[in-house]
Write a protein that binds this ligand. Structure first.
Ligand code: ZN
Length: 92
């Protein structure tokens, strides 16, 4: 989790950083999302996948993996989703 706090990274970046397969990173992220759902001090951020060719943004997609193909232009040049953890301002 500390690798994501205050920044945004893709699953492949994280996989390289902790030397684990991307598949495993995605499983970890699912747990991170769940544990942050009730966390009042931190929030999970998801920057959606985007098509490099036409700019289509996969806003509806809630899965953490990269889509294989753009639904509008059929391109396979898809930027992976990026994840981060934002610290919420503490309430007083
Ligand atoms: Zn496209």
């Amino acid at each position: 989790m500390h690798l994501l706090t205050g920044t945004q990274r893709s699953a492949s970046e994280l996989a390289g950083m902790i030397d684990a397969p991307e598949r495993e990173i995605e499983e970890h992220l699912v747990h991170v999302v769940r544990s942050l759902a009730r966390d009042t001090t931190r929030r999970f951020l998801l920057e959606p996948s985007r098509c490099h060719d036409c700019g289509f943004v996969f806003r509806e997609r809630t899965r953490l993996t990269t889509p294989g193909r753009c639904p509008t232009c059929r391109s396979e040049a898809i930027a992976p989703p990026r994840f981060g953890i934002e610290l919420r301002a503490s309430k007083r």
